[in-house]
Design a protein around this ligand. Structure first.
Ligand SMILES: [Zn+2]
Length: 318
C-alpha cells in the first residue's frame, strides 16, 4: 500500500483530517489531527492505515515524536485496530481511551476473537495485524474528564454508548465541535459514494448496538451547544443540529425495520435488502435518488448483523 501522497483535508481551528484510506478507499475513515501547544490525533484506523498517518503528519510538518496523544473514540478495528502497531513510531504519545475499552487495547485477545467471529479469514486482509498497547501508555478518560492540549485548548470527554458501550465523544471548545466517532452516525462522503450530497445513516454493527442509548447520547451531546460534528466516517456536519435530527430519525427507522423483520435465526440478508430499500427510498425523499448502493454497501451487512444480534440478545433475555 503506497502512502506517498496522503490525502489531507485541512479544516479551520488547526484541525486536519488525514484520510486513512480504509480498504483502499478515500472518504471512508479519517484521522483528525488537532494542533495546539500539544498535538493530539483522534483515531488511527487499522494497522494498514499506519503509512497514511505517518505520511500525512510528515506532509503537515509534524514528526511522530511531536505527537502527545493518540485518542480513540472506541476500540473497533476501523478506529483503533492499529494503535498497538503504530505506537512504537510515537515514542512520546499517550493512548487515550474509554474505561471499558482500555483492557482490550492492553490485551486484544478478546477483541481479535470477536472480530474473527465477524470477519473470519478476512480479518487480516481487512485490518492487518493487531498488537497490544503497553498498559503504562494508556490513559483512561471517563465522563466529564478533560485533556489539556495547552494554548487554552482543553478537550472534554463524554460517555456516549449506542454504537458501542466503550465509546466516548470529545468536545473541543476551540472549534465548537464534537468528535463523535460512530455515535452520531456515518456521514457518507462524496468521494465514497460519487454523489453530490452527503447523507447520514447510523452504524449499527455488532455487538453492542442500542437504539435507546443512541438517543440518550444524542441528547447529552446536543446540550453542549456545539456548532459542528466531526464524524470518524467521514467529515464534518454543520450545523450540528442537522446530524442530531438525522441520527434520531434514521436510527429509529433502522431499529423499526429490524424489529418488524425479525425472526430468531433469520437470514441477515433479508434485513440487508430491507435496509437498502429504506436507504434508496430516503435518498429519493431527500431529493438525491441513487442508481446503485456504491459506498453504502460496505456497511449494510454489518448493520443488518448488528441489529439482529441486539434483537436476538433481547429475545434470549426475556
Ligand atoms: Zn467505525
Amino acid at each position: 500500500m503506497s502512502a506517498e501522497s496522503p490525502i489531507l483535508h485541512p479544516l479551520p481551528h488547526n484541525i486536519t483530517i488525514i484520510d486513512l484510506m480504509e480498504s483502499g478507499v478515500a472518504g471512508r475513515t479519517g484521522c483528525y489531527v488537532i494542533k495546539s501547544d500539544k498535538i493530539a490525533i483522534i483515531e488511527t484506523g487499522s494497522s494498514l492505515s499506519a503509512p497514511h498517518i505517518i505520511a500525512g503528519l510528515e506532509h503537515m510538518g509534524i514528526s511522530p515524536e511531536q505527537v502527545d496523544y493518540i485518542i480513540v473514540t472506541h476500540i473497533h478495528l476501523d478506529h483503533a485496530g492499529g494503535v498497538g502497531y503504530i505506537l512504537p513510531r510515537f515514542p512520546n504519545a499517550t493512548v487515550v481511551v474509554h474505561p471499558r475499552g482500555a483492557r482490550h487495547l492492553i490485551d486484544p485477545s478478546r477483541l481479535i476473537q470477536g472480530a474473527r467471529a465477524v470477519y473470519g479469514d478476512k480479518l487480516e486482509e481487512y485490518f492487518g495485524v493487531i498488537f497490544p498497547v503497553p498498559e503504562e501508555r494508556v490513559l483512561i478518560r471517563d465522563e466529564g474528564d478533560t485533556l489539556d492540549l495547552g494554548g487554552g485548548r482543553v478537550l472534554s470527554f463524554y460517555d456516549t454508548p449506542g454504537h458501542a458501550r466503550h465509546h466516548f465523544s470529545i468536545h473541543d471548545p476551540i472549534s465548537e465541535g464534537i468528535f463523535t466517532g460512530d455515535t452520531i452516525g456515518v456521514r457518507y462522503a462524496k468521494q465514497l459514494t460519487g454523489l453530490d450530497y452527503e447523507p447520514i445513516f447510523p452504524s449499527t454493527s455488532p455487538s453492542e448496538f442500542d437504539r435507546d442509548a443512541v438517543f440518550q447520547s444524542a441528547d447529552k451531546l446536543e446540550k453542549l451547544g456545539a456548532k459542528r460534528i466531526y464524524h470518524s466516517h467521514f467529515g464534518v456536519t454543520e450545523p450540528a443540529s442537522v446530524a442530531f435530527a438525522r441520527i434520531r430519525e434514521t436510527v429509529a427507522t433502522f431499529a423499526e425495520i429490524a424489529r418488524s423483520s425479525f425472526a430468531p435465526g433469520m437470514d441477515y440478508r433479508i434485513l440487508m435488502e430491507r435496509l437498502a430499500a429504506y436507504i434508496r427510498e430516503d435518498m429519493v425523499k431527500q431529493g438525491h435518488p441513487i442508481d446503485s448502493m456504491k459506498g453504502f454497501e460496505i456497511d449494510l451487512e454489518l448493520n443488518a448483523k448488528g441489529l439482529i444480534f441486539t434483537l436476538e440478545r433481547e429475545a434470549s433475555n426475556k
